[in-house]
Write a protein that binds this ligand. Structure first.
Ligand SMILES: Cc1cc2nc3c(=O)[nH]c(=O)nc-3n(C[C@H](O)[C@H](O)[C@H](O)COP(=O)(O)OP(=O)(O)OC[C@H]3O[C@@H](n4cnc5c(N)ncnc54)[C@H](O)[C@@H]3O)c2cc1C
Length: 525
């Protein structure tokens, strides 16, 4: 089939781990349209390095995985959601293996590695440091062999279509610049993260927060947006993307050194380089502030480790750094923190149902509360897998509930052609990204948050008018940024990944609650 259909049974927006896993489940009940805004292989999933966590090794227990997840979440996890994650994780991973995912093995047994804040070695990995690529490969093979699933690449979903309070479909800007409306019994948002809201991010360019922005505009509840995880160690080289240097490197013994080449982490935390991500990111920020040079970096040092082991264990990181003329086995690697993962998103129940009938969300775009205020390393691929399947199971139940939209009721849409807004949109995006990085980044403070919230609100009137893809993304980046800033301003405490200089302590009495934004209001519950 060529072109886009005007109706189908289920729409899945996103072809990362959550969207693909959901598509498999939905295909047994009806026709599935799975959309990606770039190639189906381009997603956060594709770049996941370290691995996927599950209590599958002999010395591990589901109970321990739950404990570690709750601890990392700093008092804010939805315990029920976390329990579902750790209990359903192992069978979902076994299913992935049956479908052809090849995790690394030690002899005939699966090899598990340990990452920061895990009490056991429970992280499965593939090709050393290319876990996401392997999972994506096998899930794409599986889904592309299923006839009921129709993939469409380079199709940008711009809006959710709401009829009588129910999400009835989506609006899509196709490759030729035409808008299409597509109707279905249910829509799953699996649009991934929002790292591109910030000027420094480990995320690929597709992560522009489209799902959160669309759901907010349609009237859905959005939760916990203030909790953005900043990864401490992204490559910091002029002209190079902020390529992630996995925490597993520090797990293998890498040190962090400041500009004077001194190890600094021991003075910030007893676990030194293996302290929680937010502690390491803030320590680096502090070290950088001390030198007061805008181009300064700290260094990741692996030179004391066996070169052969480094090359074998991290082949992809090794070869990517070599492309920038850095041999990580024998040279110091300049690094800085970068925006990495959104704990918050479109609020859902344990079955992916959002506050809007007909709309579901799974994966990084969703907020089940599973990660609380900070995500345990390697729990996000698992979330996409477990909750992608659960959301689809729920969507299947409602297939019959669909009321078919009469042709005449559909709005007539004008063709919108790319109209040369790209350069304006690019400039606009950079402005928002810089504001977000400087004022709503790793260390936050009330006065700056208040200022930036009103600056971002004012920018809404100046957003490039929707025309080409980039202007839609510009509006979404601004919308997602504003949601983060408003939530960060409202939470007058420090917890997990959210750190306020003016409220450096946790305030359980007032804020051991989730923030929920709906329209102009924000509440804690
Ligand atoms: C560098 C890096 C390393 C990571 N390492 C790990 C790790 O080791 N372990 C771990 O658990 N997690 C890791 N993560 C996080 C993890 O990869 C993500 O949280 C997870 O893959 C998200 O999956 P997803 O299915 O929700 O979304 P994604 O995989 O991001 O997929 C999003 C999909 O939505 C599509 N899309 C978005 N907007 C639109 C739109 N408007 N219209 C149409 N399509 C759209 C995209 O094209 C894409 O297909 C890492 C992330 C990064 C960036």
């Amino acid at each position: 089939m060529h072109g886009l259909p005007s109706e189908t049974d289920f729409i899945v927006v996103g072809a990362g781990i959550a969207g693909l896993r959901a598509s498999v489940e939905l295909a047994s009940a009806g026709r599935v349209l799975c959309l990606a805004k770039r190639e189906v292989t381009e997603s956060n999933t594709r770049y996941a390095q370290g691995g996927i966590a599950a209590a599958l090794s002999d010395d591990d227990e589901v109970r321990l995985h739950l404990e570690d997840t709750l601890k990392a979440g700093d008092g804010l996890c939805n315990e029920e959601a976390a329990r579902v994650l750790v209990e359903e994780g192992p069978p979902r991973i076994e299913e992935l293996i049956e479908w052809g995912t090849e995790f690394d093995r030690a002899g005939s047994r699966i090899a598990f590695t340990r990452e920061g804040a895990h009490s056991r070695s429970r992280v499965l990995h593939a090709h050393g440091d290319s876990t996401g690529r392997e999972i994506s490969r096998s899930l794409l093979l599986k889904t592309q062999a299923i006839k009921a699933i129709c993939f469409r690449e380079f199709e940008l979903t711009t809006e959710l279509l709401v009829q009588e309070g129910r999400v009835a479909g989506i609006r899509v800007l196709d490759q030729a610049g035409q808008l299409h409306d597509i109707y279905a019994s249910a829509v799953l948002l699996a649009t991934g993260g929002l790292g591109c809201v910030y000027s420094n991010t480990t995320n690929p360019p597709v992560a522009t927060g489209d799902g959160v922005a669309m759901a907010y505009r349609a009237g859905a509840d959005i939760s916990d947006m203030e909790f953005v995880q900043f990864h401490p160690t992204a490559l910091f080289l002029k002209g190079a993307p902020r390529f992630l240097l996995s925490e597993a490197l520090r797990g293998e013994g890498a040190y962090l050194r400041n500009l004077e080449l001194k190890r600094f982490m021991p003075k910030y935390h007893e676990l030194a380089e293996l302290a929680p991500r937010d502690v390491v990111a803030r320590a680096i920020t502090h070290e950088l502030e001390l030198v007061k040079r805008p181009d300064a970096a700290v260094y990741l040092d692996l030179t004391h480790l066996k070169a052969e082991r480094v090359r074998q264990r991290f082949p992809m990181i090794y070869s990517t750094c070599m492309e920038y003329n850095i041999d990580i086995a024998s040279e110091l690697v300049p690094v800085r923190p970068a925006a990495h993962y959104a704990m918050g998103g479109v609020r859902t129940d344990l079955n992916g149902q959002t506050s809007l009938p007909g709309l579901y969300a799974a994966g990084e775009v969703a907020c089940t509360g599973v990660h609380g205020a900070n995500r345990l390393a390697s729990n996000s691929l698992l979330e996409g897998l477990v909750y992608g399947a659960r959301a689809a199971e729920e969507m299947r139940k409602h297939l019959k509930a669909r009321t078919k939209t009469p042709q005449a009721a559909r709005p007539q849409l004008a063709a919108v052609r790319p109209n040369g807004h790209s350069a304006d949109a690019e400039k606009f995006i950079q402005k928002v990204q810089t504001l977000m990085w400087e004022r709503v980044g790793i260390v936050r403070e009330g006065k700056a948050l208040r200022q930036v919230t009103s600056e971002l609100s004012a920018l809404q009137a100046q957003a490039p008018s929707p025309g080409d893809r980039r202007s839609y993304e510009a509006a979404n980046i601004l919308q997602a940024g504003l949601l983060i800033a408003r939530s960060a301003l409202a939470r007058e405490e420090s917890r997990g990944a959210h750190y306020r200089l003016d409220y450096p302590l946790k305030n359980d009495a007032k804020y051991r609650k989730h923030s929920v934004v709906k329209g102009d209001t924000i509440r804690f519950e």
